[in-house]
Design a protein around this ligand. Structure first.
Ligand SMILES: Cc1cc2nc3c(=O)[nH]c(=O)nc-3n(C[C@H](O)[C@H](O)[C@H](O)COP(=O)(O)O)c2cc1C
Length: 172
């Protein structure tokens, strides 16, 4: 499928929207709820078995997805802001919580992402942070951007262990 050309048209996520998807161990989509399809503009047929990167917006720094995968692979939940690309090139912001679901015998079942609306304040702060991280990635690579993200958390009174808490607090 051809990548949509990004536009500056924002798709609204309302306070009652809970955008859910599930994936296999590689991040390929195995389930989406109706609001996921409504906001992204894709049909279920276009989404199932596709990698979640179908939603990847070029404004997203790589380091956020590195952090996501480093943690969920270890079974740790991650909460992070994500700007997603819609089929029509528009975008939407969400606060996503990705967690690992296990079978009763403890084996891996799937990854589940639950996404909700974010506040205007969080949108402003995180857009600025992500633009900076993206710039650092372009000039100095992902490791430099990872260091900048950790420095940012420490400067804001957070240790790296509380990345999730920081992301959640900002949305209040
Ligand atoms: C359950 C789950 C949900 C995900 N949701 C998104 C999402 O909404 N948007 C997104 O860009 N990436 C999402 N990802 C991350 C993608 O798998 C991928 O790492 C990311 O899009 C970067 O893609 P790239 O490495 O091809 O650039 C999700 C991953 C998992 C496991």
């Amino acid at each position: 499928m051809e990548r949509p050309t990004p536009t500056d048209v924002e798709h609204e996520v309302t306070s009652v929207d809970m955008i859910v998807s599930k994936s296999d161990a590689e991040g390929n989509i195995t389930y989406t709820n109706p609001i996921f399809m409504k906001i992204s503009g894709y049909t279920q047929g276009e989404l199932l078995d596709q990698p979640h990167a179908i939603l990847r917006h070029p404004d997203m720094p790589k380091v956020i997805f590195k952090y996501l995968w480093d943690n969920i692979k270890e079974g740790k939940d991650v909460t992070a802001y994500v700007k997603n690309l819609c089929k029509d090139g528009g975008f939407y912001w969400v606060l996503a919580q990705v967690r690992v679901a296990k079978n009763p015998d403890g084996s891996f079942r799937n990854y589940v992402s639950t996404r909700k609306q974010i506040t205007d304040g969080a949108k402003e702060a995180i857009s600025t942070l992500y633009a900076k991280l993206l710039e650092i990635e372009k000039s100095d690579g992902v490791e430099a951007s990872e260091q900048a993200l950790m420095d940012f958390l420490v400067e804001n009174g957070q240790s790296t262990a509380t990345f999730n808490d920081f992301m959640m607090q900002l949305n209040k």
